[in-house]
Design a protein around this ligand. Structure first.
Ligand SMILES: Cc1ncc(COP(=O)(O)O)c(C=O)c1O
Length: 443
């Protein structure tokens, strides 16, 4: 169906099979965004909607940022595409250098992908191949965590722990086990920042390793803060303990920082924030401010160098994507990192985080609220599910908030919020004030 330029919404929505969407519900009452600037979206029906989720946890610098827009325009006219295999172009190298310089110190090498899911697959493959390269070929098992989200490809859903993302898709990868999740509302409900209880849950790794034998385990992958499952903040000391145990058993530790990377916690990466150094970091989203698809795996020199053996004309890692380090994505990444730096956005996130924390915890006591969690510029508000109708209450909250010009996100019966790092106090007041009104209206 042709697009009517006077009304930019096509009148046939049937062809597009939308991702992670209730397609039939959406197409009956579409929520169509047509433009965006800084903290706001504009809808097809002419409303300004406050972005409480940075798009999808990715537009950390807000929308329509001039430097990024200009970089993409220029790059498209200069070098639109360059082959990614056996050829290079300057901006991919420049971006890798910039990432190395801002990443925690042991991360010296960067492998580009096009999404968080691909970054995860890449890191898992590197982990297994690395163990083989150092003479530990029996180490092929991967350990994830219940309620973990690592994207939607087979490796990611295998180490992930969100039931609906797994159960429809067969037997997944074999040789995978899971740590228990860290959600303990009976002990930690309404914690501000890192909860007190639960560091001991990292010790479950000992049990899993003892069951399989440490010589069979390649890597553990966790999100430092679990986002998509509904914002689970790691208990105090948990990540440090996980680092100690993985090191003790010769197991690589991968932090999936697709959400926590690029300032979300008020530091470049969660590894910096928690002062816990993994062996690899996966990232995406905020790498290009969400504007162009791009992801990356950051790896230590030790991991990278283990592959740099054998005759020099031979490919060292049989892995890569047609668009790895794509010129336009690289240009967008460079402009994004520059915008973060020029505007001091990571520091800004750290500064405004206490105001954010107070604001989100002001929702305590409102109808249906059974827990509130926060860290950096992330918050989760957990609602009591309607009996027999899980997810319905939170989805109603999402729809109501959108009708009242605020975009939040829900997962299960949890409201998740993660605004752009340029958010002002007045926006926080509007966002949380609207959510409060929504909660008061909710059935
Ligand atoms: C921790 C984590 N890993 C991986 C992904 C997948 O990223 P993508 O949707 O870009 O494939 C996400 C997306 O939300 C994520 O939060």
């Amino acid at each position: 169906m042709a697009l009517d330029r006077s009304n930019p919404v096509p009148n046939d929505l049937s062809a597009f099979w939308m991702p992670f969407t209730a397609n039939r519900q959406f197409k009956k009452a579409p929520r169509m965004l047509v433009s965006a600037d800084r903290m706001h979206y504009r809808t097809a029906d002419g409303r300004e909607v406050l972005d409480g989720v940075a798009g999808l946890w990715c537009c950390n610098a807000g929308h329509n940022r001039p430097k990024i827009v200009e970089a993409i325009r220029q790059q498209a006219g200069e070098l639109d595409y360059a082959p990614a295999f056996q050829m290079g172009h300057p901006k991919a190298f420049e971006l890798a250098n910039r990432l190395r310089d801002m990443a925690p110190q042991p991360m010296e090498h960067v492998f580009f992908t096009n999404s968080g899911s691909e970054a995860v697959e890449t890191a898992l493959k590197i982990a297994i191949a690395y163990q083989r390269a150092i003479g530990q070929a029996t180490r092929t098992r991967l350990i994830g965590r219940e309620r973990g989200y690592h994207g939607v490809n087979f490796g990611g859903i295998s180490v992930g722990g969100i039931v609906n993302n797994r159960k429809f898709f067969g037997t997944l990868l074999n040789g995978v086990d899971h740590l228990p999740h860290t959600h303990q509302p009976a002990l930690n409900a309404f914690s501000r920042g890192e909860p007190e209880h639960g560091a001991n849950l990292a010790d479950e790794l000992e049990r899993i390793v003892a069951l399989h034998g440490p010589e069979t385990v390649a890597a553990v992958i966790v999100e430092p803060v679990a986002g998509s499952t509904g914002v689970l903040i790691p208990p105090k000391g948990y990540l440090k303990r996980l680092r100690e145990l993985t090191r003790k058993h010769g197991i690589l530790l991968i932090f999936d920082e697709v959400i926590t990377g690029f300032g979300r916690l008020g530091a470049p990466f969660a590894a910096d924030y928690f002062d816990v150094m993994p062996d690899m970091i996966t990232c995406a989203k905020g790498l290009t401010n969400g504007v162009i698809p791009m992801g990356a795996v950051l790896a230590t020199k030790e991991i990278h160098d283990a592959f740099m053996q054998g005759p020099e004309h031979v490919i060292e890692l049989f892995h890569g994507y047609t668009y790895s380090g794509n010129p336009i994505a690289s240009a967008a990444g460079l402009a994004t990192l520059e915008t973060y730096r020029e505007e001091g956005l990571f520091e800004r996130a750290a500064e405004i985080a206490p105001y954010w924390e107070d604001a989100v915890h002001s929702l305590k006591g409102l109808p249906h609220v059974i827990d509130i969690r926060n860290l950096g510029l992330i918050a989760g508000v957990e609602l009591e599910p309607i009996a027999g109708e899980p997810t319905r209450r939170a989805f109603s909250a999402f729809l109501d908030a959108y009708e009242h010009n605020v975009m939040i996100r829900t997962t299960g019966d949890i409201i998740a919020m993660s605004p752009p790092l340029i958010i002002e106090k007045s926006h926080i007041d509007t966002l949380i004030g609207t959510v409060a009104d929504v909660l008061k209206r909710l059935q």
